[in-house]
Write a protein that binds this ligand. Structure first.
Ligand SMILES: *[C@@H]1O[C@H](CO)[C@@H](O)[C@H](O)[C@H]1NC(C)=O
Ligand SMILES: *[C@@H]1O[C@H](CO)[C@@H](O)[C@H](O)[C@H]1NC(C)=O
Ligand SMILES: *[C@@H]1O[C@H](CO)[C@@H](O)[C@H](O)[C@H]1NC(C)=O
Ligand SMILES: *[C@@H]1O[C@H](CO)[C@@H](O)[C@H](O)[C@H]1NC(C)=O
Ligand SMILES: *[C@@H]1O[C@H](CO)[C@@H](O)[C@H](O)[C@H]1NC(C)=O
Ligand SMILES: *[C@@H]1O[C@H](CO)[C@@H](O)[C@H](O)[C@H]1NC(C)=O
Ligand SMILES: *[C@@H]1O[C@H](CO)[C@@H](O)[C@H](O)[C@H]1NC(C)=O
Ligand SMILES: *[C@@H]1O[C@H](CO)[C@@H](O)[C@H](O)[C@H]1NC(C)=O
Length: 397
C-alpha cells in the first residue's frame, strides 16, 4: 500500500497501525485495571529488582542553559509492538528529518523496518547515511534508529553515532498482549476451538497447549522486540530475566511507559535537551473495539508474559523515581506541555477521521487547517515515508 503525505493539499495520512495503545487516556492519568496479583509481582515471581539505570542526565542543567546542555539528535529507539511506539517513531521522524539526520532504514521494506534480526544483516540492505556513497560501509554511521528490528547491541552500537542515547517504550504486558492478539489476528490460531469456547482469548488460554510453539511465540513480545536472543526458551526463568533487566538498565538511558505517555515525553525532552515543540505529537483515536479480558484471563496472560511483566514492573518503578528526581518542575512542565499540545491541535489540525484500510492497518486522516510554518512543522514528517524518501533521494545527488 502506498501512502503519500501531501501537506500542500492539506491532507495528512498518518499511520494508525500501531497506535491502538493510545487512546484518550494518553493525556490523563492512567488508572490501570489491576487485579490483586499484579501488585505482588516480585513475590509471585520471587525476584529482587536490580540496580536501576544511570540517571545522571536528570541533573544536567537543561535547555535555557545552552552552554551546558546541547540538544542530542542521536537516538536508538528499540521499537516494541503495540505500545504506542509509532507515535514516538513519528516524533523522532520529525526531529530527524528537519535536522538533516540519518536513519537506519532497510531498503527492502516499504516502511524501512529491518525485519530480520540485525545480527548478520547485510549492510547492503540498509540505505546509506546522508552524504555517504552506497557501499562505503566504513562510513555507515547513523543518528537515529526507530524501526522494528531485533538488534544485536554490539552490532547496533557499531552503526550508531557514539553519543547515542538508547531508549525504548513498554506497556502493561496484559494490555499489550491483548492488543497484539487482536492486531495480528491470532484468533486464526484458535479458530478450530471456537465451537467449544467462543471467546477467542479464553479459547487460546484453554487450548494453548495444543498450539505448540506458536502459542509461546506470541508471548513476551516486548522483551523479544528489544533484543535478538537465541535464548527465548529461558523467558520463564526468573534469574535469566533478572540478568537481562540488569543489562537493559545499563543500555537504556530512558524507558518510556505507554500509560504515562506525556510524562514520558517530558523525561525524553530532558534527556535529549529538546524543546517543547520537538515532542508535540498528533492526537490519536481510540481503537473502536478493543479486546477485553476478565480478571481470571488477565491473570493467566500475566503468567504467560512473565518476562515482560518483570521488565515492565521494574522500569515502571524506575520511571517514577526519575520523575521524582526531575524535581518540582515536572508537574509544571507537564501542564505546560499539555496546554501547548491542546492549543496546537486546536489551531493546526482540522477535523480528522479514521480511514479504514485493508488488512490489519487502520489509518487516521488529518486535515491541516493552518498553513503557518509552526503548524506545518508540527504535522509534517510524521510518516515514515518522509525519512525514506529523503535518504533515497540523497543518493541521487
Ligand atoms: C526465592 O529465590 C531465592 C533466591 O533466588 C531462593 O533462595 C528462595 O528459595 C526462593 N523462594 C521461593 C518461595 O521460591
Ligand atoms: C546556568 O547554569 C548555571 C550552573 O548551574 C547557573 O549558575 C546559571 O544561573 C544558569 N543560567 C541560566 C540562564 O539558567
Ligand atoms: C534500493 O532499492 C531500489 C529499488 O529496488 C534500488 O533502485 C536502489 O539501488 C536501492 N538502493 C540501495 C542503497 O540499496
Ligand atoms: C545534510 O547533511 C549532509 C551530510 O552530513 C550535508 O552534506 C548537507 O549539506 C546537509 N544539508 C543541510 C540542508 O544541512
Ligand atoms: C550524525 O551522525 C554523524 C555520523 O556519526 C555525525 O557525523 C553527525 O555529527 C551526527 N549529527 C548530529 C547532529 O549529532
Ligand atoms: C506503575 O507505577 C505507578 C506509580 O508508582 C503505580 O501506581 C502502578 O501501580 C505501577 N504499575 C504496575 C503495573 O506496577
Ligand atoms: C494560524 O494562522 C494564523 C493566520 O495565518 C496565524 O496568525 C497563527 O499564528 C497560526 N497559528 C499557529 C499555531 O501557527
Ligand atoms: C512558532 O514557534 C516558535 C517557537 O516555539 C514561537 O516562538 C512562535 O511564537 C510561534 N509562532 C506562532 C505564530 O505561533
Amino acid at each position: 500500500m502506498r501512502r503519500e503525505v501531501n501537506v500542500a493539499i492539506g491532507v495528512l495520512i498518518v499511520s494508525f497501525s500501531l497506535l491502538f495503545a493510545l487512546n484518550s487516556e494518553m493525556t490523563s492519568k492512567y488508572t490501570p485495571n489491576f487485579f490483586t496479583n499484579e501488585k505482588d509481582i516480585r513475590q509471585i515471581f520471587n525476584y529482587t529488582s536490580p540496580q536501576s539505570l544511570d540517571r545522571s542526565w536528570l541533573n544536567v542543567p537543561h535547555r535555557g542553559n545552552v552552554s551546558i546542555c546541547q540538544p542530542n539528535g542521536n537516538i536508538a529507539f528499540l521499537k516494541t509492538h503495540k505500545t504506542g511506539s509509532t507515535t514516538l517513531r513519528n516524533i523522532l521522524n520529525r526531529y530527524g528529518v528537519s535536522n538533516n539526520l540519518s536513519f537506519i532504514l532497510s531498503n527492502k521494506s516499504s516502511a524501512g523496518h529491518v525485519f530480520r534480526r540485525l545480527k548478520g544483516m547485510p549492510l547492503k540492505s540498509l540505505l546509506p547515511p546522508i552524504g555517504v556513497a552506497v557501499g562505503d560501509y566504513k562510513r555507515y554511521q547513523f543518528n537515529i534508529t526507530n524501526v522494528h528490528m531485533r538488534p544485536d547491541w554490539k552490532e547496533l552500537r557499531q552503526l550508531m553515532n557514539p553519543s547515542t542515547s538508547y531508549i525504548t517504550i513498554l506497556r502493561h504486558p496484559v494490555d499489550q498482549w491483548l492488543s497484539s492478539f487482536q492486531y495480528f489476528h491470532h484468533v486464526n490460531k484458535v479458530k478450530k476451538f471456537l465451537h467449544l469456547e467462543p471467546d477467542p482469548v479464553k479459547a487460546f488460554l484453554k487450548f494453548r497447549n495444543k498450539l505448540g510453539s506458536s502459542a509461546t511465540s506470541i508471548c513476551n513480545q516486548q522483551i523479544r522486540d528489544i533484543e535478538y536472543s537465541s535464548e527465548y526458551t529461558h523467558l520463564q526463568n526468573t534469574a535469566y530475566v533478572q540478568k537481562k533487566i540488569e543489562e537493559y538498565s545499563k543500555l537504556f538511558s530512558l524507558v518510556l511507559i505507554t500509560e504515562y505517555f506525556d510524562e514520558s515525553l517530558i523525561l525524553l525532552k530532558r534527556l535529549l535537551c529538546w524543546k517543547f515543540e520537538d515532542i508535540l505529537y498528533l492526537k490519536m483515536r481510540e481503537q473502536p473495539n478493543p479486546l477485553q479480558a476478565d480478571s481470571s484471563s488477565r491473570e493467566q496472560i500475566q503468567e504467560l508474559n512473565k518476562a515482560d511483566m518483570m521488565l515492565y514492573t521494574h522500569f515502571n518503578e524506575t520511571f517514577w523515581q526519575m520523575v521524582d528526581e526531575y524535581g518540582p518542575d515536572f508537574e509544571k512542565d507537564l501542564r505546560y506541555f499539555r496546554d501547548y499540545l491542546t492549543a496546537m491541535q486546536e489551531e493546526c489540525v482540522g477535523e480528522s477521521k479514521v480511514a479504514i484500510v485493508a488488512g490489519n492497518h487502520e489509518n487516521v486522516r488529518y486535515n491541516v487547517k493552518n498553513n503557518s510554518a509552526n503548524c506545518t512543522n508540527y504535522v509534517a514528517y510524521t510518516s515514515s515515508g518522509d525519512a525514506l524518501r529523503r535518504q533515497r533521494h540523497s543518493l541521487s545527488q
